[in-house]
Design a protein around this ligand. Structure first.
Ligand SMILES: Cc1cc2nc3c(=O)[nH]c(=O)nc-3n(C[C@H](O)[C@H](O)[C@H](O)COP(=O)(O)OP(=O)(O)OC[C@H]3O[C@@H](n4cnc5c(N)ncnc54)[C@H](O)[C@@H]3O)c2cc1C
Ligand code: FES
Length: 245
């Protein structure tokens, strides 16, 4: 993990509130599910913001983010050629090297972007990957993820695209050797419970408010069955059976 000064290559709005940011990257190993702390301001906002890696390419890192508050709004104003500071890669990421066979990726909202890099790595490792993606309304990242997947299952709350309802209604965990999930806690709890019933290994990527992002401030600590853990350093990915929801 290190500090990087990068240059914005592209910062494109793809829906009402979703942006894709591409920055220059000198290279290094980035595991699926890892994230960077980002900061593109010097003034009143002190803390960096955690955003997961969406895609990694030769010389570039991609992030996909939703504008929700002051930091992500400032990010959305970045133009090509602007400078941005990054700290990372942070966190443990999914244990892709331990997985085999057929894997389901279950994402909801901005939990979907990190599953893109995950799908690519699992596919390149020779695994069969299916994606279950749940959206509020507008779709995003689907074309990027389906490149690496055998079957895609899409749901939206209003049913204008795909199945109307929750993506967990579509999931059949017993078809898989492992299920990896990222998104709203209520969705991940349901996925974890379904996997427990089907006796299938499940990994959840947690979201938590973060200050330092490097394990120093303890601000993101959670209670687990193995004691207190820092989401930013010991996670964000946890085995579902270790979590105390
Ligand atoms: C490991 C991890 C990976 C993430 N990956 C993505 C991603 O790929 N795409 C994406 O759109 N969002 C992602 N998020 C959520 C994103 O970090 C927040 O939406 C963002 O920090 C909000 O900042 P803000 O200044 O716009 O909002 P504000 O609400 O103004 O933020 C105030 C403070 O709270 C923190 N904060 C607010 N909401 C969250 C949140 N949901 N999670 C963590 N910290 C929060 C901010 O970092 C900041 O320190 C991720 C969060 C975590 C923990
Ligand atoms: S945010 Fe500081 S320890 Fe996790």
């Amino acid at each position: 993990m290190r500090y990087l000064e990068s240059i914005v290559e592209e910062n494109q709005q793809i829906t009402d509130d979703i942006f894709v940011l591409c920055v220059t990257f000198a290279g290094g190993d980035v595991k699926p599910g890892q994230f960077y702390m980002l900061k593109s301001w010097d003034t009143e906002l002190t803390l960096m913001r955690p955003i997961s890696v969406f895609q990694v390419e030769d010389g570039y890192l991609w992030f996909m983010y939703r504008t929700v508050g002051a930091g992500t709004r400032r990010m959305s104003e970045l133009k090509n050629g602007d400078r941005i500071r990054l700290l990372g890669p942070c966190g443990n990421g999914y244990p892709c090297e331990e997985l085999k066979g057929r894997v389901a990726l279950v994402g909801g909202g901005v939990g979907i972007p990190p599953l893109c890099h995950t799908a690519e790595v699992l596919h390149r490792n020779g695994l069969t990957v299916d994606a279950y993606l749940g959206f509020r309304d507008e779709l995003f990242a689907v074309g990027d993820i389906e490149l690496w997947c055998t079957d895609m299952f899409i749901s939206t709350e209003h049913g204008e695209e795909g199945y109307k309802g929750f993506v967990t209604d579509l999931l059949k965990p017993e078809r898989y050797d492992a299920v990896l999930t990222c998104g709203p806690e209520v969705m991940m709890r349901k996925v974890a419970a379904m996997c427990a019933d089907a006796n299938v290994t499940c990994y959840c990527s947690l979201e938590h408010r973060m200050a330092c992002g490097i394990g120093a401030c303890l601000g993101c600590s959670i209670r687990t069955k193995n004691g207190m853990k820092r989401v930013c350093k010991d996670g964000p990915v946890f085995r579902s059976t270790d979590l105390m929801w």
